[in-house]
Design a protein around this ligand. Sequence first.
Ligand SMILES: [Zn+2]
Length: 300
Amino acid sequence: MTNPSLDRQHPAQRAAAGTLVPKTCVVCGSDYKECRLPGLVRCQACGFVAANLNISDEELAAIYGEDYFHGNEYLDYIAEEESLRLNFRNRISTLRSLVPDLADKELFEIGCAYGFFLQEVAPVVRRASGIDISVDAVRSAQGKRGVDAVCGDYLKFDLPRPVDIIAMWDTIEHLKRPDLFVSKAARDLSTGGILALTTGDIESLNARLRGKKWRMIHPPTHLHYFSVATISKLLDRNGFDVIHVSHPGNSRKLRSVLYYIFVLRMKRPAIYAALQKIQLFELPLTINLFDIMYVIARRR
Ligand SMILES: [Zn+2]
């Protein structure tokens, strides 16, 4: 899918605008070719998968307005707070097993949303702060939770000093330039610093079985689709050694699972509304489809 108004522009104008999803692989620089999954392209050299579309920064900014965290993608992010915090605690304990002196470390989070992770991690590190492009989320993080968060674009943000750990939870798949984020993270980390991230694994069994129906495939919010091989390659090219890969489960209330199935996927909100009468709605579930990967890398 191309945007005709952009195609008419002179190439130099397009480059100056800096608003397009790259036309060559952000992992290795080779050309993309057709992919068996509609709407996506695949690198002919390394197999990296990207959304085949152009989207402006303005269009992306509009997607991440208040609605984004309230039903468009997440079922009321704040209502899911309890589950999200449990998931974050699990990620912190994995981090602690690899970084024994966590209490001495300064951590920075890219895509901190409402600040739940920063609140969970603050007591176990020396200092924790973060950035997010959602005005609504950052305002809430700063105000209600007293979290050290700023609103803005990480690529344009100057960290006052190198940090020891950078976290990016379920964020890299949303970025137009994941390569630039990873290279900036390498510059912002001290030597031996840690980059910890989660994202979907398009080579996982569930992703391969589900094909075009895999739950993580939804451009334009998800623009890039990594596998263990392609995320490892991108990290290696930017001076990182991967030291941990796992596929942890996610906690969710039954309510949000049913919302996803009946409202978002099947477009049958009446069924969801009828099911709300059942007491079991608040049942916590740990679901593991082994299609989300947790990757931790150390800067060389
Ligand atoms: Zn490639």
